[in-house]
Design a binder for this molecule. Structure first.
Ligand code: HXC
Ligand code: NAP
Length: 302
């Protein structure tokens, strides 16, 4: 028990800390869409700490300016860009190259989502999420990809998806549909564009508290009634630094042989829902004693 606690304490002190050595992203110029808020901003902070230059984009200029001022005016370049608009995306690639001299990384992090029974959605409501997540990731990947191929620049793309990209999920159907498409794009381009020196990977996060996600998916009135932590075998939500550590590794040359991978970082959440007998967690030791007796007796009979 003491050993278990000892290991637990070690893990606790480590996952909130920076993982990679200084300079791990030196020479990288990375575009993080949606980099002015939430998980995007946490990734940007860490990328800059590791020596990268980072362009951040979103629709709200003040959020981008605030984030750049907070992180580093020299190393963070804020650009207003709606990822749904291919002409804005093309212009953003040009602006980043003009500002930093090159571009060799893209994190498709921008997303739109809200919780709703599907039959309550208008066509426009469904489209808006598909357009931000799937069309937006496509727009950025295609514009950057063409730039990299034309200029023979080795590059890395990281797509932020979700675990329901493969399980699907009710009540967030546009998001699940779009993220599944992004996952298919990740794996497809990992093969097709490897010959140009590009890697395509994805991260599937479990719950990591952010204002953007919580306001739309777990409003207080609802989150008071559900215990998010209890859905996770490790009984906690994610810490932004542990996601930033993983993202930095995947954007760095330390992961040069990782291509077409999707890394889940969810404390085991999706598997808890998937395993047929996982709800047995609720059974007490006394109940197990009783059950074992019955099962052993039944075995003898059959
Ligand atoms: C039903 C809704 C709705 C809601 C909007 N609509 N909210 N329908 N229920 N709660 C409808 C509108 O009525 C409209 O349809 C259409 O959707 C477009 O709405 P707009 O507000 O005009 O769109 P826009 O201003 O572009 O905003 C997009 C948005 C918004 C997606 C609706 O929430 C947004 O900007 N989100 C960005 C940030 C975000 O979502 N972050 C969370 C990511 S979390 P009609 O027919 O009326 O015109 C995530 C994974 C989380 O992705 C996993 C957690 C574990
Ligand atoms: P967030 O803070 O709301 O981030 C979403 C970002 O996307 C915002 O900065 C937003 O900026 C930008 N964005 C939205 N629509 C855009 C558009 N049309 N064009 C350009 N930018 C746009 O939420 P988050 O929780 O950090 O989510 C970040 C990523 O993690 C998303 O891909 C999300 O699906 C994924 N994820 C999050 C969780 C979680 O628990 N938080 C779990 C699984 C997956 P503007 O509004 O200014 O445009």
């Amino acid at each position: 028990m003491a050993l278990v606690n000892g290991l637990f304490l070690t893990a606790m002190s480590l996952y909130t800390q920076s993982m990679l050595r200084d300079g791990s992203l030196e020479g990288k110029v990375i575009w993080v869409t949606g980099g002015g808020t939430g998980l995007g901003k946490s990734m940007v902070k860490y990328f800059v700490e590791l020596g990268a230059k980072v362009a951040i984009s979103g629709r709200r200029e003040e959020k981008l300016q605030e984030a750049a001022a907070e992180i580093s005016i020299e190393n963070v370049f804020p650009v207003v860009c709606d990822v749904r608009e291919s002409n804005e995306v093309e212009a953003t690639v040009k602006a980043i190259v003009a500002h930093f001299g090159t571009l060799n990384g893209l994190v498709n992090n921008a997303a739109g989502n809200f919780i709703s029974p599907t039959e309550r959605l208008s066509h426009r409501a469904f489209d808006v999420v598909i357009d931000i997540v799937l069309k937006g990731s496509k727009n950025c990947t295609l514009s950057c990809g063409k730039y990299w191929i034309e200029n023979k620049i080795p590059a890395s793309v990281l797509n932020i998806v979700t675990t329901y990209a493969w399980t699907g999920s009710g009540y967030v159907v546009p998001s699940a549909t779009a993220k599944a498409g992004v996952l298919a794009m990740t794996r497809s381009l990992a093969v097709e564009w490897a010959k140009y020196g590009m890697r395509h990977n994805a991260i599937a996060p479990g719950p990591f508290p952010t204002k953007g996600a919580w306001d739309r998916l777990f409003p207080k009135e609802m989150s008071d009634k559900i215990n998010l932590e209890s859905r996770v075998p490790l009984k906690r939500v994610g810490h932004h630094q542990e996601l930033a550590n993983l993202a930095a590794y995947l954007m760095s040359d330390f992961s040069a042989y990782v291509n077409g991978e999707v890394v889940t970082i969810d404390g085991g959440e999706w598997l808890q829902g998937a395993g047929q007998f996982n709800q047995m967690e609720a059974i007490t030791q006394e109940e197990w004693d009783f059950l074992e007796k019955i099962v052993r007796a039944n075995q003898k009979k059959s």
